[in-house]
Design a binder for this molecule. Structure first.
Ligand code: UD1
Length: 336
């Protein structure tokens, strides 16, 4: 906020989006640009893509493991940073923990230290529902015990721990946004870059619909859920993106760190997603039931009451039809 400005009003912000060429990062960047903020994207393009770089961002292609690259860009001065640069395949993280330690943990320590060195105080962190592990009760609120079942979730929880300490010791103010299952694409069709090799349900279904993969493997149909398949709380990526803006504004206004769940509070099964996708795409989308995927809970569902109270955030696009339709609008252009 500038001197003399009325308290409570938020000036246009200068924001550094680390991982801004990725799936969620590009939607966050789009939302920031839409409201007139100035955005610098820092991304090594390992999973993000150039197609997601809007013409009005300033782009730095660099790695979060490069500390001097981080300080160089941060010295330009930012009101806030959003950190979404992470590997996110829960299954892979159990096979290759080293990869997740280096990128997710060491990379974030670099970002935190560089933020301290350059005086950036507001830190929006992309955390995950994976911090909770097997649910002890549903819906999951932020007080639910955190016992990650996979190493990916452990990296996110560990980083939340660092953020707590840097808050106490270095006055970094953070918002840790615990996403449930992000899905869908920008409803206006402005984001066209597909995720590379995503292992998540909707991207896999879309790949099958465009002929890039042969079939969807349904990981188990003997769960104690409505139709036996896994149930998740899917939240539209544009809804997630809006929450980042509100989180940033709240940090700037109140100067207090917080952790919130971001979900749609609705459970959708694998079969329900598949049925909706077949209908909307008009494609057969072949599927085959296989064994359960290790580490997969039967059902995950959030309560996002805290996000509503704190951020005045409510999902607007997170119904199954909108998530599938907006994803299909992007994927169908890649049909074989
Ligand atoms: C996991 C993490 C989540 C993280 C996300 C990012 C956990 C518990 N959750 O979500 O925090 O943000 O990864 O990648 O670690 N499925 C199939 N076939 C497929 C793919 C998925 O049947 O080919 C099923 C899964 O068994 C599950 C549902 O679809 O029931 C969603 O899976 P997925 O999209 O991979 O996300 P999560 O594992 O829930």
């Amino acid at each position: 906020m500038k001197d003399g400005e009325m308290p409570g009003t938020i000036d246009k912000m200068r924001v550094l989006v680390i991982g801004g060429a990725g799936y969620i990062g590009s939607h966050v960047t789009r939302a920031l640009l839409d409201r007139g903020d100035s955005v610098t994207v820092y991304d090594n393009l390992s999973t993000g893509c150039r197609q997601n770089l809007f013409k009005d961002v300033s782009f730095i292609k660099d790695d979060i493991l490069n500390y001097s690259g981080l300080t160089r860009v941060m010295k330009k001065g930012f009101d806030a940073l959003v950190h979404l640069a992470a590997f996110k395949a829960a299954g892979e993280s159990m096979q290759k923990p080293e990869k997740y330690s280096v990128n997710n943990i060491s990379g974030t320590i670099n970002i935190l230290n560089a933020a301290c060195e350059t005086g950036i105080k507001n830190f929006v962190f992309s955390s995950s529902a994976a911090v909770y592990g097997e649910p002890e009760y549903l819906p999951i609120d932020e007080k639910h015990p955190t016992k990650p079942e996979n190493y990916y979730g452990y990296t996110k929880l560990t980083i939340e721990g660092f953020l707590n300490w840097y808050d106490k010791l270095k006055n970094i103010r953070f918002a840790a946004l615990r996403y449930f299952n992000a899905a869908g694409y920008d409803p206006e069709g402005r984001i066209k870059g597909l995720e590379k090799n995503s292992a998540n349900l909707l991207p896999v279904i879309m790949d099958v619909a465009i002929g890039k993969r042969k079939e969807l493997l349904v990981f188990g149909d003997d769960y104690e859920t409505k139709d036996g398949t896994g149930v998740r709380d899917y939240v539209h990526v544009t809804d997630l993106a809006r929450a980042h803006l509100s989180a940033m504004d709240l940090l700037a206004k109140k100067g207090e760190s917080f952790i919130v769940n971001l979900g749609s509070d609705t459970g959708v099964s694998v079969n329900e997603m598949l049925t909706a996708a077949r209908k909307i795409t008009g494609k057969p989308v072949p599927s085959r039931v296989v064994d359960r995927r290790p580490g997969d809970p039967a059902k995950l569902c959030a309560t996002s009451k805290k996000a509503l109270a704190l951020l005045k955030w409510k999902p607007e696009y997170s119904d199954v039809q909108t998530m599938v339709r907006t994803a299909w609008n992007v994927y169908k252009a890649h049909s074989k």
